[in-house]
Design a protein around this ligand. Structure first.
Ligand code: PHE
Length: 340
């Protein structure tokens, strides 16, 4: 056996006993490092007489190839073994607690909106969505408020740079859209959404808030149906013992118009700052749909009649949860949001 053959056998034998990563690194260093056995064997080339050099060089290269291949094989084997070992010994524990997950929650405006819509759902109302950017004509004109009508002063309006386009000041223009889509069929819809008013922001007034509009149209629908509906709604939301009171009011799009109050839930109608010591809380505006509005919506006032109402969701929210400042809804304060 030549020296090189002996070297090959030695290298392979040493590899066979180097089964883990550490000893493989050491083997590689010993054989292929700067002063390793293979470079050393190559160096011998210079000591040989010329004619022998070629054959020797070829033999050393072959040795290098064989040992490199054997090393790669041993390395792969060691990796596989390490994996098998870790699977066998380090067991997966599915009972370990997972990474904590920050979960969000519903905004109180959403919670209350859903409660309101659910209550009307029980009364047979369907949800109808309407646009927030509205034209002046639908927000006012179609609702019986032609330009310069003094009643427009009841709504402080955001005008856009586009003449005739406004941010809706109430959900009532949605009545026109719903009517025009459904006329002359009977109709029972609630229209939820944001409305915008150009107002000073205080604890009790905001520039944007939610409203829910209600509209019920058909034949032989009267004021008593309106009162029964609102009472059923208020009791579903605030409890079966709530008392409801009606005052006459004015809206250009309803005739007659009413304002609906319920007995103050905060002081049990004894009188407190929230109900301004009256014992009553204003909940919503309502009335029988004005004949002009019916006609604008495509209904015949001689054949059809109906009622409409509009309620402020934040106001109801504040009453339900005892919230004192309306600005809290848009403050983005997590302490407020987490308390629901
Ligand atoms: N749109 C009225 C408001 O915003 C409320 C209302 C709706 C009154 C429907 C009567 C009928 O003040």
């Amino acid at each position: 056996m030549s020296d090189l053959e002996q070297l090959e056998a030695q290298g392979v034998a040493e590899l066979a006993t180097s089964s883990d990563e550490q000893s493989l690194i050491a083997w590689n260093q010993r054989w292929f490092g700067k002063t390793g056995l293979v470079p050393l064997a190559l160096k011998k080339l210079t000591e040989l007489p010329g004619p022998e050099r070629k054959a020797y060089g070829q033999a050393v290269n072959k040795l290098k190839e064989i040992l490199s291949a054997a090393f790669a094989k041993a390395q792969a084997l060691a990796k596989e073994r390490a994996l098998e070992l870790s699977i066998a010994t380090e067991q997966l524990d599915p009972t370990l607690p997972g990474k904590p997950w920050e979960s969000g929650s519903l905004h109180p405006a959403t919670i209350t909106m859903r409660r309101i819509l659910a209550a009307f759902g029980e009364l047979g109302y369907e949800v109808y969505h309407s646009r927030e950017v509205e034209d002046d004509e639908t927000n006012f004109g179609m609702l019986n408020m032609p330009p310069h009508h003094p009643a427009r002063d009841m709504w402080d309006t955001f005008h856009t740079t586009d003449p005739g386009l406004v941010l809706r000041t109430h959900t009532s223009p949605g009545q026109i859209h719903a009517m025009r889509e459904r006329a002359p069929n009977p109709l029972r819809v609630v229209l939820p959404g944001l409305v915008y008013r150009y107002e000073q922001i205080t604890a009790r007034s905001e520039i944007m808030f939610h409203q829910v509009e209600g509209l019920c149209l058909g034949e032989n629908i009267g004021l008593t149906d309106l009162l029964g509906t609102l009472e059923a709604f208020i009791r579903r939301l605030f409890g079966p013992d709530r008392k409801v009171r009606v005052r006459s009011s004015y809206f250009p799009f309803t005739e007659p118009s009413i304002e609906v109050d319920m007995d103050c839930i905060l002081c049990s109608a004894k009188g407190c700052p929230v109900c301004k010591r009256s014992g009553w809380l204003e909940i919503l505006g309502a009335g029988m749909v004005h004949p002009v509005v019916l006609r604008n919506g495509g209904y015949d006032p001689d054949k059809h009649a109906g009622f409409a109402f509009g309620l402020g969701v934040e106001r109801i929210n504040m009453l339900l949860y005892g919230i004192e400042d309306i600005r809290a809804f848009w403050s983005g304060d997590l302490r407020f949001l987490r308390s629901f």
